[in-house]
Design a protein around this ligand. Structure first.
Ligand SMILES: Cc1cc2nc3c(=O)[nH]c(=O)nc-3n(C[C@H](O)[C@H](O)[C@H](O)COP(=O)(O)OP(=O)(O)OC[C@H]3O[C@@H](n4cnc5c(N)ncnc54)[C@H](O)[C@@H]3O)c2cc1C
Length: 403
């Protein structure tokens, strides 16, 4: 594992910083002013399309995509420090066409999609013209165990007919959301891990209804996280991705890099919170001393720095393993960072809120919104406990091997 940053990564990272400073952060006030979640689909500011055009011009486009037929061809280890910078602004990942859940969906389509599926969905996604969703989680079953997923996908002639209910489908209220990769039951009597398949369902198919949005701690994310109903939705069988019964295989492949990308960005969120904490501590005086000169506050700052550094090392190790030994062999480190990164970010943001006093929980600073995102990541792509169970099981297995 190499610690030194290559010239290529340094240059890219600096370009992303410049893009953030010159374009993205100045656009934030307008973006939020023009955003409205009052309707489904949401109203999204046209400034996002302007940012996308600028990112493309600057060569900051599809950096997440390791397959150089479709994207920048960076390794995960190269992408990690670049993605971290994008975590400093909630707008940057979409502006650079590197936001979830599109990135995972594009990787799935690049790897498993037929030429027709790639033409219809992957190409417009790579061009940033449309957005996509992943529909796994359901309100009626504990979806952290994906074998529970109950949405039915039944054959009827050359079609599939879909009936079920999904929720937390991120981005479904985005005006550019055109398709959902839906996971459902094709063979209820089959082996637990081979009962499910993934099909592409265009949002404009009759029977698809975006029922409601689910704000997170009261925050409406652009595109939101929605409950979506599927009633006798008919799509051709050619919309299936991969073979029947391969949903788990595909989801595992999708979730490895997807989880790691979330963690890379989460480090940027944590760094941003620490930076806000330091700024505030230096500018505020209580009991005759700047907050920055109070030992207790310094300790909070120091602990935050230490935790971020630890998390970054683990994140980069997981990225390096993903590049060198692959998804399967890297799964324990990916699970480990998936637990560590959002928890570290939650700790750092919470300390930053405390150092801000009452202002910390107001909307004058972005900390509450950052907290909502970091806290949610403890569920997204699997809750902490599922990852802890995986790591614990493996540790015990290794111990058996040593005994
Ligand atoms: C903001 C946000 C965005 C999301 N976006 C999407 C999306 O785009 N697409 C999508 O499909 N899903 C999405 N999700 C859903 C997310 O992936 C699920 O919430 C998560 O997988 C957990 O499933 P569940 O909510 O059904 O919880 P459940 O399965 O009901 O689990 C509840 C709790 O039980 C505990 N638990 C579960 N398993 C174990 C275990 N083995 N050991 C000990 N305790 C355990 C955990 O504490 C867990 O949090 C999103 C969620 C959020 C909050």
């Amino acid at each position: 594992m190499e610690f030194a940053e290559t010239a290529k990564v340094r240059e890219l990272r600096e370009k992303v910083w410049t893009f953030l400073d010159e374009c993205v952060r100045p656009a934030e006030p307008r973006y939020w002013r023009e955003f409205s979640a009052e309707t489904i689909p949401h109203r999204i500011s046209p400034v996002m399309d302007e940012l996308k055009a600028e990112a493309r011009k600057r060569g900051l486009w599809n950096l997440f995509m390791p397959d150089d037929r479709f994207g920048a061809g960076l390794t995960n280890a190269e992408y990690a420090p670049v993605a971290e910078v994008s975590g400093w602004s909630p707008l940057a990942p979409e502006a650079m066409n590197c936001s979830a859940p599109d990135t995972g969906n594009m990787e799935v389509l690049a790897r498993f999609g037929t030429p027709e599926q790639q033409e219809t969905w992957l190409q417009p996604l790579l061009a940033g013209e449309i957005r996509s969703c992943i529909g796994m989680t359901e309100p009626d079953v504990a979806s952290s165990d994906p074998t529970n997923i109950s949405c039915r996908i039944e054959k009827d002639g050359g079609d599939y007919v879909i009936n079920g209910r999904k929720w937390w489908t991120s981005g479904a209220a985005h005006p550019k959301a055109k398709v959902v990769l839906l996971m459902g039951l094709t063979d209820p009597d089959g082996d637990r891990y081979q009962r499910h398949s993934i099909v592409l369902v265009p949002f404009d198919t009759p029977g698809v209804t975006v029922v409601r949005q689910l704000p997170v701690f009261g925050f409406d994310d652009p595109g939101s996280h929605c409950e979506v109903r599927f009633e006798n939705v008919r799509v051709p069988q050619s919309n299936r991705i991969g073979d029947e019964g391969t949903a788990f295989l595909i989801a595992q492949m999708r979730l490895g890099p997807g989880r790691l990308h979330h963690c890379m960005r989460m480090l940027g969120v944590a760094e941003h919170a620490l930076s806000l904490m330091c700024e505030r501590a230096k500018s505020r005086t209580a009991f005759g001393k700047r907050l920055a000169d109070q030992g207790v506050v310094r300790e909070q700052i120091a602990r935050s720095r230490i935790e971020i550094e630890q998390a970054r090392l683990l994140c980069h190790k997981a990225a390096w393993l993903l590049d060198t030994v692959g998804n399967r062999e890297a799964r324990f480190e990916i699970s480990a960072i998936k637990v560590v990164a959002p928890n570290v970010a939650c700790n750092v943001i919470d300390r930053a809120i405390q150092v801000h006093g009452g202002a910390g929980v107001s909307n004058d600073v972005p900390l509450t919104q950052m907290y909502a995102y970091a806290r949610s990541l403890r569920f997204m792509d699997g809750p902490d406990e599922v990852h802890l169970a995986t790591i614990g099981r493996e540790e015990l297995r290794r111990e058996d091997g040593r005994a």
